[in-house]
Design a binder for this molecule. Structure first.
Ligand code: AMP
Ligand code: MG
Length: 362
């Protein structure tokens, strides 16, 4: 009471104090971390998670919903497991291209042309280690099929499938917007590009909705927008390819993508042995040089195509191509070395443990 009386005797000071207090409260309110809105959907054979941060719940919800719709659109275009003649096949550029193989060019969406351009570029740069027409091999090994084979493919089967794998026989007319697989039986497979490309497009949609901080996780394809909730770089863990839940490296990421191809993501079991899904188009067998390969790049589509490409190559060639492509890469080789491009020196925290040898200076 005494204080109040004293203040009321000096209205100027009272108002000043109240204003100060008000400004202080506002400042405290501004320091609150932004709220999170997160959602998950099953897309492209994987659980996709989007987290977005901001002040306005309705805006966050609308942004994430629109981002998922965009991802689903890309996923549908690239769906290569749709049954021929089904509505899903009619909506899938890849399915329609495969149906028309050896017959006629198919009109496709601009997004499909963009994915095919990425595939073509890295098919060429890797001398065919990346091959977007790998479909017959994927089919032969039984990926995407419910029942597994009783034995690995016989040499004659492998040779027949390999004869249908050649990205140079994929004819793209960018002006007409059409695509043709030259020979019957050829099959396109965008499995190595679509998740990253879709994540990149989703990121753009979030941005268009005014979101400045977000993380998209599409089964080993991470795309972050801005910094994390606390205004720091996101910390992305790279999984130990042989250790359940263990992390072998931590990458700081701002406005960029980190995409991992690993031999532990998808595999078929044949005669008690595991055969993973990253196939070497030279041998027809799963590529054997690496256990996991992570690419860090500004664009998630680029990171995705390159993670698969580099996985198939021997470690030293993989790092050389990463440098040529202007991206960073970190790999775990089959002989248990952890290697990375020099650009990651001092940026990442490597936890090699006793299982792996960290060779920062090859
Ligand atoms: P990712 O997880 O992005 O490395 O993509 C793996 C998927 O790409 C596989 O499941 C196949 O559908 C496809 N794929 C496998 N091997 C190759 C290859 N050598 N070139 C292009 N795509 C491939
Ligand atoms: Mg990939």
């Amino acid at each position: 009471m005494r204080n109040l009386r004293r203040l009321s005797g000096r209205p100027g000071i009272a108002v000043g104090l109240i204003l100060l207090l008000g400004a202080g409260l506002l400042a405290v309110a501004a320091w609150r971390p932004p709220r999170e809105y997160a959602s998950e959907q099953f897309l492209m054979d994987t659980l996709v998670r989007i987290e977005a941060y901001g002040r306005d719940e309705a805006q966050l919800r609308a942004a994430v919903t629109a981002a998922f719709a965009e991802m689903r659109r890309v996923a549908d275009l690239a769906d290569n497991f749709a049954a021929p003649g089904s509505p899903a096949c009619a909506a899938s550029d890849v399915c329609r291209i495969n149906q028309a193989a050896g017959r006629e060019p198919v009109r496709v969406q601009p997004e499909t042309l963009e994915m095919l351009a990425l595939a073509r570029r890295y098919g060429e740069l890797s001398g065919g280690a990346f091959d977007v027409t790998v479909g017959p091999l994927v089919e032969l090994w039984g990926f995407g099929r419910r029942e597994s084979r009783s034995a690995p493919p016989a040499p004659a089967e492998l040779a027949a499938a390999l004869a249908l794998v050649d990205y140079r026989e994929l004819l793209v007319d960018a002006t007409a917007g059409t695509v043709l697989l030259r020979r019957p039986g050829m099959r396109l497979d965008l499995g190595a590009v679509a998740k990253g490309y879709a994540a990149e497009r989703a990121q753009r949609v979030l941005q268009q909705h005014g979101i400045a901080q977000a993380l998209i996780d599409a089964g080993g394809n991470i795309r972050v927008l801005g910094e994390n909730r606390r205004g720091r770089p996101w910390q992305i863990g790279v999984k130990d390819p042989r250790g359940e839940g263990r992390v072998i490296a931590v990458l700081p990421l701002v406005d960029a993508a980190a995409v991992t191809s690993g031999d532990y993501y998808r595999y078929v079991e044949i005669g008690g042995r595991r055969y993973h899904h990253l196939l070497d188009p030279k041998t027809g067998y799963p590529a054997a040089a690496n256990l996991s390969l992570t690419v860090v790049a500004a664009d998630a589509g680029l990171a995705d195509v390159l993670s698969t490409t580099l996985f198939v190559l021997p470690p030293e060639q993989a790092l050389a191509l990463a440098a040529r492509a202007g991206v960073e890469a970190l790999l775990v080789s089959a002989d248990r070395r952890i290697l990375h491009t020099p650009g990651l020196d001092g940026q990442i925290e490597v936890r090699a443990g006793t299982e792996y040898r960290h060779d920062p200076r090859r």
